[in-house]
Design a protein around this ligand. Structure first.
Ligand SMILES: Cc1cc2nc3c(=O)[nH]c(=O)nc-3n(C[C@H](O)[C@H](O)[C@H](O)COP(=O)(O)OP(=O)(O)OC[C@H]3O[C@@H](n4cnc5c(N)ncnc54)[C@H](O)[C@@H]3O)c2cc1C
Length: 374
């Protein structure tokens, strides 16, 4: 028997989201801009899709408190444009923001970019959230105060949940000042040499905002510095001296665009898959050397990497990363490939299932995304 094509619901208010959850029988996939629809497990057995891209816009921006609340379907790129007018930003530079990723989607996928080194990921930037549970309950946690006592911190629970606990409808974020000046210094070399540079850099007082190695011939380490227009050049000079031979200032926009493209697996072979890895920073360079990767971006100071590998090698990648004490999740794969999204089940799996059963007892939300764990 073939299933009917799933209906798409496009609510534009939190109340419409709740009504859609209550009035639609069956299992619901949740999407924002769709920029991570191939990440993690494939949605399976879906009866309807809850498209939250119409739930968009700033609810309240408090420039003095440096907080903003937005509807979850707001594209981060659009939010950044609004904040820039006030000299502020959300300090998150995930590659897919340029492709229209929404605030809710970035929280739900635990996505982050190179500047997570200093600012953390969405989990560290979210100070409040409102979610709709399967029974229609609106759960609100946190608020507009950066140091709030959040009780059961639903926003943190939703971080990396891939929609499995329910749709986020509102997100409150802490903001940072936009930097006066930014620059990028690059030095070419292989990953093990880059890892040595990073150890010395992180022990120095230079305070890099992002430190990423990109694969290539022979590979390149990128370091981003931010600061005042008058003070930054002195730090750049010290950084160039620390990195030594061949280190130089480069066009930051082009360098980080190249990083974003590699992160997304752009230009990879049609049979390639992209896997995101997290491990202890010092173990990352040797771990990368053991993977059959054709392209890599490696946050050598954060322990987070994205590798492009032949899709057939994905199980081996999960096993190798797990053996090194890290975690891995599939970010992209060829349409026809049946490859595991997750590695060996974590010790927290029982907890994940218990939370799911409590919040969504009929397993209606995001079926398939945590397959085969749940
Ligand atoms: C209940 C629940 C369970 C989940 N279980 C998993 C899971 O088992 N695996 C998974 O990939 N995703 C899991 N997810 C999804 C998860 O939220 C994110 O996809 C991912 O784990 C977030 O990883 P992170 O590296 O951003 O953050 P964190 O895991 O908090 O890592 C923070 C920092 O620690 C580093 N780090 C990570 N792992 C290690 C390690 N083993 N040793 C030393 N340093 C490390 C990272 O590189 C990063 O710099 C789960 C989500 C939920 C809701």
């Amino acid at each position: 028997m073939t299933r009917a094509a799933p209906t798409t619901l496009r609510p534009t208010t939190p109340k419409e989201v709740r009504d859609a959850v209550l009035d639609t029988p069956g299992r619901l996939a949740i999407t924002g801009a769709g920029t991570a629809r191939h990440w993690a497990g494939r949605p399976a057995g879906v009866d309807a899709t809850l498209d939250l891209s119409g739930l968009s816009g700033v609810i309240a921006h408090n420039p003095g408190d440096m907080t903003v609340s937005v509807h979850a379907g707001t594209p981060l790129r659009a939010l950044q444009d609004e904040l820039a007018a006030h000299g502020q930003r959300l300090a998150l530079d995930a590659a897919r923001v340029a492709r229209g990723a929404t605030v809710g989607g970035l929280v739900a996928t635990a996505d982050a970019g190179p500047s997570a080194l200093v600012y953390g990921g969405m989990r560290d930037l979210v100070i409040g959230a409102t979610t709709v549970l399967a029974d229609g309950t609106m759960v609100r946690s946190g608020g507009h105060v950066i140091k709030n006592v959040a009780g059961y911190d639903v926003a943190k629970l939703m971080h990396g949940s891939y929609g499995t606990f329910g749709p986020l409808v509102e997100v409150v974020l802490r903001l940072h000042p936009a930097p006066r000046a930014t620059t990028c210094v690059a030095v070419d070399g292989p990953v093990d040499r880059a890892a040595e540079h990073v150890l010395r850099l992180m022990a120095s007082p230079l305070e890099p905002i992002a430190v990423e190695w990109l694969s290539g011939e022979p590979g390149r380490l990128l370091v981003r510095l931010e600061g005042g227009e008058r003070t930054l050049p002195a730090r750049v000079a010290r950084l160039v001296e620390l990195l030594g031979d061949g280190a130089r200032e480069v066009d930051g926009a082009a360098a980080w665009d190249a990083h974003a493209a590699l992160t997304a697996g752009s230009g990879a072979a049609p049979d390639a898959a992209v896997v995101r890895i997290g491990c202890a920073p010092r173990t990352l360079a040797p771990l990368i050397g053991r993977l059959p990767a054709t392209a890599v971006t490696a946050g050598l100071a954060t322990g987070v990497a994205t590798v492009t590998v032949p899709a057939t090698a994905v199980p081996e990648v999960h096993d190798t990363v797990a053996a090194a004490g890290g975690t891995s999740v599939l970010r992209d794969r060829p349409a026809s490939a049946e490859v595991p999204a997750w590695g060996p089940a974590p010790s927290s799996l029982a907890l994940l299932r218990a939370v799911k059963t409590r919040l969504d007892p009929d397993a209606r939300f995001a079926p398939g995304r945590f397959d085969p764990w749940m």
